[in-house]
Design a protein around this ligand. Structure first.
Ligand code: CIZ
Length: 324
């Protein structure tokens, strides 16, 4: 009797079986820096949205297994529609993408005629299709700077990244009021306390954080930029990491002798007003090693997108890839 695939029993050595299936099926595993360590360890490429979108666009594999969240796998599908794109857990969403429903966003764009629409890649395919440019935190400043100075711009959906881009470029952006549920919660007071307790530590802050937190950073930048800062920094340094702590796995690989401190989130009602486990993205962490194995074994869950939507969302993403 052939068992339904969903009843497959996990193998004892998940990692070995993942690597075997990957080769047998000509699949490539892409993992975001915010994935759990054991998933990063199985990946062919680890990176931020921009690096992984480039890998997806250039991939020759038959199957792309995207260990990240839904909008990232959608972006891979848009760039490689001829390939099967799998996401280990289809429910792995993103609070930023959810903060901009396509219907409301279309009304917002219509209420601002003459504006160019610049959208953070953390958005649904339907919102990308309403946009002129996509950006990641790696190239948001460069993309906005590439647009003529007298051109009014909408920036969506992250108001904090938009505020950072506004600060860096001096441009007057119309912001959509979205935010990342993790980055908006980092506690400025806890970071001040950690800096005092660890004199000389290098504070690394992601631009999705509010200005009060960004102002405490020695380096403010995308995950890739923060990782680069560690690679170029002191081998025996102490680094205070103010972003999702999944990135620390690659930082530790780059500087095994360094010390890494996780910045806590601020949580009203907790004993000291902060919470260390609240800095972890619950959506990213829905992917597990067992789900990665299962999706390779079963060939699902698969990302499917309407061909017209793929066509409309492709141009803003290609413009994003064109700016370094
Ligand atoms: O763009 C990305 O991959 C995200 C979500 C953060 C970053 O800075 O890399």
């Amino acid at each position: 009797m052939i068992l339904p695939l969903s009843r497959l029993t996990p193998p004892v050595d998940l990692a070995a079986e993942i690597q075997r299936l990957k080769k047998a099926k000509n699949a490539v595993i892409l993992a975001h820096y915010y994935q759990a360590d054991e998933i990063q360890d199985q990946a062919d490429f680890i990176g931020d949205s921009l690096q992984l979108a480039r890998e997806a666009a250039n991939s020759k594999a038959d199957i792309i297994v995207f260990c990240g969240v839904h909008f990232m796998a959608e972006t891979a599908k848009i760039l490689s529609p001829q390939r099967q794109v799998l996401l280990p857990d289809l429910a792995a969403g993103c609070s930023l993408a959810d903060s901009a429903p396509a219907k409301e966003f279309a009304a917002f764009v219509a209420a601002h005629p003459g504006h160019v629409v610049v959208t953070y890649v953390n958005s649904s395919a339907a919102v990308k299709a309403l946009s002129d440019y996509c950006v990641t935190s790696s190239n948001a400043v460069a993309v906005v700077e590439s647009i003529p100075k007298d051109q009014p711009i909408i920036f969506a959906p992250d108001r904090f990244l938009g505020d950072y881009v506004r600060q860096k470029t001096g441009r007057d952006l119309v912001l959509w009021e979205g935010s990342c549920e993790i980055h908006e919660l980092f506690s400025a007071q806890a970071i001040i306390d950690l800096k005092q307790a660890n004199p000389g530590c290098i504070t690394l802050v992601h631009p999705e954080c509010p200005a009060t937190v960004r102002d405490l950073g020695d380096v403010v930048g995308s995950t890739k930029a923060l990782l680069e800062a560690v690679k170029k920094g002191a081998a025996d340094g102490t680094y205070l990491v103010v972003t999702e702590p999944g990135i620390i796995h690659q930082m530790r690989r780059a500087q095994p002798k360094a010390r890494f401190l996780e910045a806590p989130a601020s949580v009203k009602g907790s004993k000291d007003g902060s919470c260390t486990s609240c800095n972890t993205c619950p959506h990213m962490r829905l992917n597990t090693l067992e789900k990665l194995w299962r999706c390779l074994a079963e060939g699902r869950p698969e990302i499917t997108l309407d061909a017209t939507l793929i066509e409309r969302a492709r141009l803003p993403i290609e413009r994003m890839l064109a700016v370094g």
